[in-house]
Design a protein around this ligand. Structure first.
Ligand SMILES: Nc1ncnc2c1ncn2[C@@H]1O[C@H](COP(=O)(O)OP(=O)(O)OP(=O)(O)O)[C@@H](O)[C@H]1O
Ligand SMILES: [Mg+2]
Length: 224
């Protein structure tokens, strides 16, 4: 399908634990279209993070195929996978994963260091991304000088700075109170309405319902 941005075809990810096989993901097929806003839901251990890491090319499947933006990732070497991680996908995590010694601005600049962008352009793009998330007045703050919601905004700016096709957020509101989480959700809704494909893992039913589509995992399989 021409407009498919994320396609999983019979994807499995098994872990060998001594003599046991953990089927973290077990024969999952999913097709996500450009501009869709999808929630991945399911109990703890059902395979949500495993699926996100595979989509984001942080991990590779035991079997099956994953196409990102029309490209089959199975044939790619490490450098080509790194290119997809850097340019096509923006990752956002529950615990923000910011570098504590760097300012908000320098955290957002980090992905551009690998993208061969000039020093001046790096700075202007990072400032623009921080403005986009409403943090223009906190650029010089370090993570420990920011609130949880502000930290997550920095992480979202960092995910946006390379203008990725896909935003992947693994429980982005999990460490925030419900009001702050709601504001972060609004930001994802805005980014999605601008055309970006968003995939979000959440345990929160209300947040899940705000997405166009919910994929429910159980024991590594798509339940609904
Ligand atoms: N590196 C690993 N080695 C072995 N087993 C793993 C590994 N990573 C995940 N698993 C197992 O795979 C299954 C799925 O894990 P995953 O992290 O994808 O769950 P999840 O749905 O994200 O759960 P949670 O809601 O708690 O974050 C779990 O049973 C987990 O124990
Ligand atoms: Mg998880």
């Amino acid at each position: 399908m021409a407009d498919s941005v994320i396609r999983l075809e019979d994807v499995s990810r098994y872990y060998l634990m001594g003599e046991f096989v953990v089927k973290a993901l077990d024969g999952v097929s999913v097709d996500i279209t450009r501009g869709e806003f999808t929630a991945i839901m399911g109990p703890s251990g059902s395979g949500k993070s495993t699926m996100m890491n595979l989509i984001g090319c942080l991990d590779t499947p035991t079997s099956g195929y994953i196409d990102i933006d029309g490209e089959n990732t199975a044939g790619l070497n490490e450098a080509e996978l790194a290119y997809i991680r850097n340019r096509k996908v923006g990752f956002i995590f529950q615990q923000f994963n910011l570098l504590g010694k760097l300012s908000a601005l320098d955290n957002v600049i980090t992905p551009l260091l690998y993208a061969g962008v000039s020093v001046r352009e790096r700075k202007s793009r990072a400032i623009h991304a921080l403005e986009r998330v409403g943090l223009a007045d906190r650029m010089d703050h370090r993570p420990n000088e920011l609130s949880g919601g502000q930290k997550q905004r920095v992480a979202i700016a960092r995910a946006l700075v390379n203008n990725p096709t896909i935003l992947l957020a693994d429980e982005p509101t999990g460490a925030l109170d419900s009001r702050t989480g709601g504001q972060i959700m609004e930001l994802f809704e805005e980014l999605n309405s601008e055309g970006r494909t968003v995939v979000l893992v959440t345990h929160d039913r209300d947040l899940g319902m705000r997405c166009h589509r919910q994929i429910h995992l159980r024991d590594g399989k798509v339940e609904a």
